[in-house]
Design a protein around this ligand. Structure first.
Ligand code: GDP
Length: 179
């Protein structure tokens, strides 16, 4: 329920090692060090930044906080940090992280009634072609079941990272405009 102009909170979630920190670093800007001007909320990494999407600026606060193991407690103990939107990451090279993304989606549904919360399922590390364990069509099918958008990315190649953030903003605006 963000007011127009107030920052949207975007939470990165996924198993450890899928690329959340890499995503947050790209968002923060390669030149900035992540720990320079970050505010500290609940002791986690936070980065706020204004980006332009479709000719309109939006302020996003990206939270790289949801550790796979502690995520459930985090959402209960720190309700102020609940996201307006979520990037649900897995690594295409790690089937366990893909299964974990499904579990997290189910947990998230309890906190966030489905239809109103933008979620994008993100298959990261698509540059690692030979180590791929999860196909594009599996990712797409999973997103269809979970009724969320889907994108494959490579933080290493900086491929589709901004498309993911822009996609979140577009969904947040659709939700805002339909109120
Ligand atoms: P986190 O635990 O989810 O925060 O994952 P990290 O961002 O720390 O990434 C884990 C490891 O995967 C690091 O060594 C990253 O450099 C690497 N990594 C992250 N994204 C990519 C990617 O798109 N492609 C490749 N090849 N490596 C990646």
């Amino acid at each position: 329920t963000a007011e127009p102009g107030s920052p949207y909170r975007v939470v990165l979630l996924g198993a450890s090692g899928v690329g959340k920190t890499a995503f947050a670093s790209i968002f923060a800007g390669a030149a900035d060090s992540m720990d320079s001007d970050d505010c500290e909320l609940c002791g986690d990494e936070v980065c706020e930044r204004e980006i332009e999407v479709d000719g309109e600026s939006a302020t996003l606060t990206v939270l790289d906080t949801w550790d796979s193991e502690t995520g459930i407690e985090w959402a209960q103990e720190c309700p102020m940090q609940r996201g307006d939107a979520y990037l649900l990451l897995y690594s295409v090279t790690d089937r366990a992280s893909f299964l974990r993304a499904s579990e997290l989606r189910i947990i998230l549904r309890r906190f966030r009634p489905a239809q109103h919360t933008p979620i994008i399922l993100v298959g990261n590390k698509c540059d690692l072609v030979r180590r791929r364990e999860v196909s594009v069509s599996e990712g797409r099918a999973c997103a269809a079941v979970f009724d969320c958008k889907f994108i494959e990315t490579s933080a290493a190649m900086q491929h589709n990272i901004w498309e993911a953030f822009h996609g979140i903003v577009r969904q947040l605006r659709l939700r805002r405009d339909s109120k």
